[in-house]
Design a protein around this ligand. Structure first.
Ligand code: ATP
Ligand code: MG
Length: 574
C-alpha cells in the first residue's frame, strides 16, 4: 500500500485552543473584517521536523477551519546557511503532509527591495543609523539583563551621512563586518531586543534566489514582521521564544506606518528521547551519528516518512497534542501510538522471520507443497486473503525456541505442541546442535494432519501460535530495527557513563538505536513490494519498504513494534 495523499486533509473538527479563541473573537469584533490569513514561515536552513509539523497543522488547519488562506513563505534572509536543497525538501514535505498553499508561495527575498526602502525611510526619519563599531564592541555596548547598555559613539551621525553610508554599504564599498544599520530605539530598555537592534549587515555572499544582487541582507527581525505585513497576514502564529521580539516587530510596523499583523505565540513541541532543532539535527548528521536528514531515526518529516510514518498519523498526533503556551515534553510513545492506530487498520498481516532457525517436519511428504489461505487483515474483510506456501522445511524465529524453557513458555521446546499460524499443530521432537559450539542448528518436528487451520477439528487448543515461512519459497531480506535515538534521562542515573553524549546535548545517545539484520526470510507475497509500502509482520511490528530496497534484496524498516507503551503510560497516569 502506498501513501497516496493529495489536497487538504479530511474535515478537521473545530478546536477550542486559545489561538482559535482569539481568532473567533477577532471575527466577532470584525478586527480584520471576515479575513483569516495565516502563513507557515520556515527558514530554509535544514529539513522540516515534527515540531514544524505542529506549526504546519496549526497554520494550515486554522486557515481551512475559518475559510481563510495560508501562505508558504521562506524566510530566506541568511544566504550563508540556506540552500535550495532545503527549499525543495520543505516543499515536498508540506505537500506530503497533505497541505496546499495554491499559488501563495513567497520568499522574504521577494521583498528585499521593499525592505531596503523601509530601511531608508527609517534613516530619513532619524530612526536608524549606521554603526561602525565591530561585532565585539556592539556586544559590549549592549549591556546585559542587569546592566543598561550605552550609546554607540556613531549613534548621532547625521541623516545625510547615514543615507550616504547605507548607499555605500549597498554599493559594495565595504568589507563584511565594517558597519551595520541599527534601529535607534533605547539602549537602556529592559528588553534586550529593543537596544538598537541590527537591521542590516554586510555579507558578500551569493543568495540562492537573488544571486549577487545584494551584498547587504536584512536581519530576520527586520524582515519577518514586514513580510507578514506585506502579505496581509492577519494572525502571525509563532513559537514563544519570539514573544520578546514582538515589541520590536510592533515598533518597526508603527514607525513605518504599515499594515499590522497580530503575532500570537505558542509553545514549541518537545519530544522525549530525541532532539528537535535543526541545528542539533545537523550536528547529529555532521558527527555521523545518523546517515542524513532522512535517517529513519530522525524526528524529521523525511526521516519519519522513510521509517514508515503516514501523513494521517502525523496529523493525528499534532491534533492530539493541541496548542498551549506552557513548556511541555510530549512522550514519544504518543507519536508511536498514533502510527500504530493508523497502520493497524490499513496494513496486511504477513509473515517474516527475522532470525531464522530451520524447522523440519519429518512426517510431512518430501515433495508436497500446500497453498494455505491467509486472511490479510482480520479487522477488515475487504482486504481479502492470499495464499502462502507450506512445505516440509520451514524457518521459524530463533527466539521462539528454548531448549530448557522458562516458566510459562508456550512456544517451541522439545516435547511440546504449538500451532503454526494459518497451518498445523506441530510438536518438537528433536534438536540438532553444532557439536563444537552447542548452537541449535535445526529442529525436527512432527505435524498433526488433522489440525489444519480452518478445518473441522482445527480448533484443538494449544497455547502458542508462531509465525513461519517456507524455507524454499521465502525470500531473503534485510530488516532494520530502530530504537529511540536517545536514552531517556533516567538512564543517566543507571550508570550510563559509558554511553556517548553528543556534544552540547544533555541526553545520552542510545548505542542500540539501529540493528541491521541481513538474513531475514520473508513470505513470497512480499516479492516486489513497492518502496514506501506498509505491512504488519505478524508478532513483530509494523514495517515499511525502504528506498534502498531492490528486487535482489528487499529492505524493510521497522516503523514501530506492536507493544503500545502509550496505553501503559496512560493507565499509570490514571
Ligand atoms: P529550529 O529551532 O529547529 O531551527 P526554527 O524555529 O528556527 O526551528 P523555522 O524554520 O524558523 O525553524 O520555523 C518555521 C516555523 O516553525 C516557525 O513559525 C516556528 O515557530 C515553527 N517551529 C519550529 N520549531 C517548532 C517546534 N518545535 N514546535 C512548534 N513549532 C515550531
Ligand atoms: Mg530558526
Amino acid at each position: 500500500m502506498n501513501n497516496t495523499n493529495s489536497g487538504q486533509p479530511e474535515e478537521l473538527p473545530l478546536h477550542s485552543d486559545f489561538i482559535r479563541k482569539i481568532i473567533k473573537e477577532d471575527l466577532q469584533t470584525n478586527k480584520y473584517g471576515e479575513k483569516v490569513h495565516t502563513r507557515f514561515p520556515p527558514e530554509p536552513n535544514g529539513y522540516l521536523h515534527i515540531g514544524h509539523a505542529k506549526s504546519i497543522c496549526l497554520n494550515f488547519g486554522i486557515a481551512k477551519e475559518f475559510g481563510g488562506l495560508c501562505n508558504l513563505r521562506f524566510d530566506d534572509t541568511n544566504p550563508i546557511k540556506e540552500q535550495s536543497e532545503y527549499i525543495e525538501s520543505i516543499i515536498e514535505d508540506i505537500r506530503w503532509l497533505g497541505f496546499d498553499w495554491e499559488d501563495r508561495l513567497f520568499y522574504a527575498s521577494d521583498y528585499f527591495d521593499k525592505l531596503y526602502e523601509y530601511a531608508v525611510k527609517l534613516i530619513k526619519d532619524g530612526k536608524a543609523y549606521i554603526d561602525s563599531l565591530n561585532a565585539e564592541e556592539i556586544r559590549e555596548y549592549r549591556g546585559t539583563l542587569s546592566k543598561s547598555g550605552k550609546n554607540s559613539p556613531y549613534r548621532n551621525r547625521s541623516i545625510e551621512e547615514n543615507l550616504s553610508l547605507f548607499e555605500s554599504m549597498r554599493a559594495r564599498e565595504f568589507k563584511d563586518g565594517t558597519c551595520v544599520l541599527r534601529a535607534k530605539i533605547d539602549m537602556s530598555s529592559g528588553n534586550m531586543n529593543m537596544r538598537d537592534p541590527v537591521m542590516y549587515r554586510i555579507l558578500h555572499a551569493t543568495h540562492h534566489r537573488t544571486g549577487n544582487k545584494w551584498c547587504i541582507y536584512p536581519m530576520y527581525d527586520f524582515a519577518h514582521g514586514q513580510s507578514d505585513s506585506i502579505e496581509g497576514i492577519t494572525h502571525s502564529i509563532c513559537t514563544v521564544e519570539f514573544e520578546d521580539h514582538r515589541p520590536l516587530y510592533d515598533w518597526f510596523i508603527e514607525q513605518l506606518n504599515i499594515y499590522h499583523s497580530q503575532q500570537i505565540e505558542f509553545a514549541r513541541l518537545n519530544l522525549s528521547h530525541t532532539v528537535i532543532s535543526k541545528r542539533k539535527l545537523l550536528q547529529l548528521i555532521e558527527e555521523k551519528y545518523v546517515s542524513g536528514w532522512d535517517d529513519p531515526r530522525m524526528p524529521t518529516i523525511s526521516g519519519l516518512r522513510r521509517r514508515g510514518y503516514t501523513p494521517e498519523a502525523i496529523r493525528d498526533f499534532c491534533e492530539r497534542i493541541g496548542v498551549a503556551k506552557t513548556y511541555t515534553v510530549v512522550d514519544i510513545a504518543l507519536l508511536e501510538h498514533c502510527i500504530r492506530e493508523d497502520l493497524n487498520s490499513r496494513t496486511s498481516r504477513v509473515m517474516a522471520v527475522l532470525k531464522p532457525l530451520k524447522l523440519i517436519i519429518d512426517n510431512y511428504p518430501e515433495e508436497q507443497i500446500e497453498e494455505l489461505d491467509a486472511v490479510n487483515n482480520p479487522e477488515d474483510e475487504s482486504m481479502g486473503t492470499r495464499k502462502i506456501p507450506f512445505s516440509r522445511v520451514l524457518y521459524v524465529e530463533q527466539d521462539d525456541f528454548q531448549e530448557e524453557p522458562q516458566r510459562k513458555w508456550f512456544r517451541l521446546t522439545p516435547g511440546r505442541e504449538v500451532r503454526l499460524k494459518h497451518a498445523y499443530i506441530i510438536k518438537c521432537e528433536r534438536v540438532v546442535k553444532d557439536e563444537q559450539t552447542g548452537e541449535v542448528l535445526e529442529l525436527h518436528c512432527t505435524y498433526d494432519p488433522e489440525t489444519k487451520s480452518g478445518c473441522a477439528n482445527a480448533g484443538r487448543k494449544v497455547k502458542g501460535t508462531l509465525h513461519w515461512v517456507s524455507a524454499e519459497h521465502s525470500i531473503e531480506a534485510e530488516v532494520r530495527i530502530y530504537e529511540h535515538l536517545f536514552l531517556d534521562t533516567n538512564s543517566e542515573k543507571e550508570g550510563a557513563e559509558s554511553v556517548e553524549t553528543c556534544h552540547g546535548m544533555s541526553l545520552p545517545l542510545n548505542p542500540n538505536s539501529l540493528e541491521t539484520l541481513t538474513s531475514c526470510r520473508i513470505e513470497p507475497s512480499l516479492a516486489n513490494a513497492k518502496s514506501g509500502s506498509h505491512y504488519q509482520f505478524l508478532r513483530l511490528g509494523y514495517f515499511c519498504v525502504d528506498p534502498d530496497s531492490s528486487d535482489e534484496k528487499p529492505v524493510f524498516n521497522r516503523t514501530v513494534s506492536l507493544r503500545d507503551t502509550w496505553a501503559k503510560i496512560r493507565k499509570a497516569q490514571k
